[in-house]
Write a protein that binds this ligand. Structure first.
Ligand SMILES: [Zn+2]
Length: 251
């Protein structure tokens, strides 16, 4: 090959590389713009009190980026160790699903025998199989959702593990994580299933904690509304908190 031909080939190669890099940056920009389109009217059509809205603002955005993470397609729950479980342990999963179903409409959540996207392991002492198997040490349960990519913050699959000693409240708590909820940052004077600890930090919540901590499948009305707000079709996975606040005239 002549030196000039080699020179031109290199220049063309570099230009193509640059063009494809630019195209991918523009593509990510276009997707990001679409994600940040917040439909405030649609969001406001979900009835809520100021207290419920402030709970939503606390638990519906991931801590790292302050963005929404949620499912955008139907949820299929598959119990991976179903052959080791008694009918009651299976029925408990069905009960949690039945409680959550009306909260995430128009999406659906169902239990399936195969082809799931939420894998449940009940009564286990290790969180495996997973890339980083970890012992369920000092915790009653664990939920893991898929990582984000630059193009998507959608939740597409998840794993739930609960320990032998766990109650249905642990199962409900882990399912709330799977829907995209985080532990609250603030202190509340009512019992929250998604709270980090079953022991309320606020002494005034002690009464409600005693009342609800042993109640199977309990989920507070405020949390139910926070989930309904999260699954409003007015917001998409990846929406930034600042965009939502601006759209609601709150900053
Ligand atoms: Zn948790």
């Amino acid at each position: 090959m002549r030196p000039t031909v080699i020179k031109y080939s290199i220049v063309i190669f570099v230009l193509l590389l640059f063009a494809s890099g630019m195209a991918s940056v523009l593509h990510i920009d276009a997707i990001e713009k679409e994600i940040q389109l917040f439909d405030a009217e649609r969001f406001k059509s979900v009835q809520c009190t100021d207290e419920e809205l402030s709970l939503f603002l606390d638990i519906a955005f991931n801590r790292k980026e302050q963005r929404i993470r949620k499912w955008e397609s139907d949820i299929r729950v598959e119990i991976k160790n179903i052959s080791e479980l008694d009918s009651e342990a299976i029925a408990e999963v069905d009960s949690v699903i039945a409680i959550l179903r009306p909260l995430i409409l128009p999406l659906n959540i169902d239990r399936v025998d195969e082809g799931g996207n939420v894998y449940v392991y009940r009564g286990v002492d290790r969180a495996e199989p997973s890339r980083k198997p970890s012992r369920l040490f000092g915790v009653n349960g664990l939920a893991k959702i898929n990582e984000c990519t630059p193009l998507s913050r959608e939740i597409r699959y998840a794993h739930i593990y609960d320990a032998k000693q766990a109650h249905t409240q642990t199962l409900m708590h882990e399912f709330e994580h799977v829907l995209g909820l985080e532990h609250p940052f603030r202190i509340y004077d009512y019992y929250l299933t998604i709270a980090r600890s079953v022991i309320p930090q606020d002494y005034t919540a002690y009464g409600t904690w005693l009342q609800f901590q042993g109640m199977p499948y309990y989920i507070s009305p405020q949390e139910k509304t926070a989930i309904r707000l999260l699954y409003s079709s007015g917001i998409r996975s990846g929406l930034k908190k600042e965009v939502l606040l601006e759209g609601l005239g709150m900053n």
